[in-house]
Design a protein around this ligand. Structure first.
Ligand code: NAD
Length: 498
């Protein structure tokens, strides 16, 4: 390993951080830069990244295309070795990546950033492990026939990342794409680009130039140009449903395959038999409060059965009051800052709407939990009780630490409410009667259902959404095969006389 780990101070002292194209660190062709602001210290800049545009996209796609023939021609075991070396390098730089991503995203170091950098190393190791599983099948076509299929890479992948957990989402796309023999051009989110650029530096040490290229820039300039570029054979997008729709239309217009990992408004349903401390803890975890609720899989609609409504709500509020809101880099902090002023104001508008309703109870006011001397985009856990599933607060993805609690009595009624959503990403079912829980799991319209637990995705599970939450699956062997390879069938007559 020649890329030495750096301290956070040293990383931030770099000021301007370039993009990675064709094994080189480059500025934008326009010479323009984007300032990266710290979410946790209002007004402080962490550095600048290039404002990439169509010219830069073209250069990156050209590099990725040039690298493709020799990369895809390698034995899978050789790509596996490269991914294992990158995984080891990420592990060696894990604390540095965690510190940088905490500064970049505002996510707390202990509860979010450290586990995320570890997941990134795990994802590279996982996809190294399955790199040799890109196999075809042989048909039993009889004597004189060899009929087989092979899975081939799609070519150049264009990948677009959001800001909320940039390392984990980079880890869903980069190792899966390159393990299968593709090359990739990644567009980092403009709000949290620094760790993804650092990841590119670590990757570069173990890969031929052009296999992984990382661009920075605005979505409507750099992102849109990447999706539209005719040299991009596959688009893998993670972000909001609104932008995902546009991405899908553009990619679809030129018949490029597309995977979309989009937003959510996931139900968390509690049956009376599951009231208890484990469920309370799980509800808090599932809502991703320690990521300020900025998670696509947040269980943001909590459905409590009337018989245990007050008991569970009291437990949840009591547990949330213990969360420490503060500087993401401080060890004591459970919840850090929201990503940017626009998002902060948007979340505060939803909170104001909830407060203004006379038919809702504020069970927990997030502003009370923010220490008075804290400067930055902070909001503590906010809980609105006795909400209705038809309200805007219960229908729209707030993407902040705001949970609505809705009472229910009949199982059919709660499942209908859970499914009455444009989204279908995750669902959390809290029920100790497993017959009942598994019956509900079959009926809920979500790509991912958890029963009596609320943690994050397991590396290797099929992950993706139904309905407005997306198209396609990633994170797994099946996801790699489905999203980053295509099938070719070869039919051969054998035993042909010479
Ligand atoms: P966003 O859609 O605003 O931006 C995502 C990315 O798309 C950014 O890199 C942005 O620059 C780019 N972009 C914006 N406009 C574009 C365009 N016209 N063409 C191409 N690219 C464009 O989302 P965000 O605010 O960064 O992230 C939050 C959203 O992401 C939430 O809705 C969240 O639920 C979703 N998300 C989903 C998952 C998942 O796995 N399903 C994971 C994380 C986040």
């Amino acid at each position: 390993m020649t890329v030495a780990p750096l301290t956070l101070e040293a990383l931030l002292a770099r000021g301007d951080v370039g993009m990675h194209v064709g094994g080189r660190t480059v500025e934008a062709a326009s010479g323009e830069w984007i300032e990266v602001f710290s979410p946790s210290r209002t007004g402080t800049t962490l550095g600048r990244v290039p404002r990439g545009g169509a010219v830069d996209v073209d250069a990156a796609v050209t590099s990725a295309r040039a690298a493709l023939p020799s990369w895809r021609a390698l034995p899978a075991a050789a790509r596996q070795q490269a991914l294992l070396a990158i995984s080891a390098s990420i592990s060696a730089h894990a604390e540095e990546l965690a510190l940088l991503t905490a500064a970049d995203t505002g996510n707390a170091l202990r509860t979010q950033a450290r586990p995320e950098s570890q997941t990134l190393a795990n994802l590279f190791r996982y996809f190294a492990g399955v790199a040799t599983e890109v196999k075809g099948v042989v048909l039993p076509a009889g004597d004189g026939q060899l009929q087989y299929s092979i899975r081939q890479p799609l070519g150049v992948v264009g990948a677009i990342l959001p800001w909320n957990s940039p390392l984990m989402i980079a880890g869903m796309k980069i190792p899966a794409a390159i393990a299968a023999g593709n090359t990739i051009v990644v567009k980092a989110a403009e709000d949290a680009p620094l760790t993804v650029l650092r990841l590119a530096e670590l990757c570069a040490e173990h890969l031929p130039p052009g296999v992984v290229n990382v661009l920075t820039g605005y979505g409507t300039e750099c992102g849109a140009a990447l999706v539209a570029h005719p040299g991009v054979d596959k688009v893998s997008f993670t972000g909001s449903t609104a932008v995902g729709r546009t991405v899908g239309e553009t990619a679809g217009g030129r018949l490029a395959p597309v995977s979309l990992e989009l937003g959510g408004k996931s139900p968390s349903i509690v049956w009376p038999d599951a009231a208890g401390p484990d469920t309370v803890e799980g509800i808090v975890t599932a809502m991703r409060f320690t990521r300020q609720g900025q998670s696509c899989t947040a269980g943001s609609r909590l459905f409590l059965h009337e018989d245990i409504y007050d008991e569970v709500l009291d437990g949840v509020v009591g547990r949330l009051r213990q969360l420490v809101v503060g500087d993401p880099l401080a060890e004591a902090t459970d919840m850090g800052a929201l990503i940017n002023r626009k998002q902060f104001d948007r979340v505060c508008d939803y909170v104001a709407e909830g407060r203004a309703r006379s038919d809702i109870t504020v069970a927990l006011d997030g502003q009370e939990q923010v220490p008075g001397d804290l400067e930055g985009l902070y909001l503590g856990p906010t809980v609105f009780s006795r909400a209705d599933n038809t309200w805007r607060l219960a229908r729209e993805e707030i993407f902040g630490p705001v949970m609505v609690v809705i009472p229910w009595r009949e199982e059919a009624e709660v499942l209908a409410m859970a499914n009455d959503s444009h989204y279908g990403l995750a669902a959390y079912l809290w029920c100790h009667d497993l017959d009942r829980a598994l019956g509900a799991a079959a009926k809920v319209d979500s790509g991912w259902v958890q029963v009596n637990q609320g943690g994050g995705q397991l590396v290797g599970q099929s992950y993706g959404g139904m309905k407005g939450s997306g198209i396609g699956r990633e994170f797994s062997l099946e996801g790699m095969l489905e999203s980053f390879t295509q099938i070719k069938q070869v039919n051969v007559k054998i035993g042909v006389p010479a």
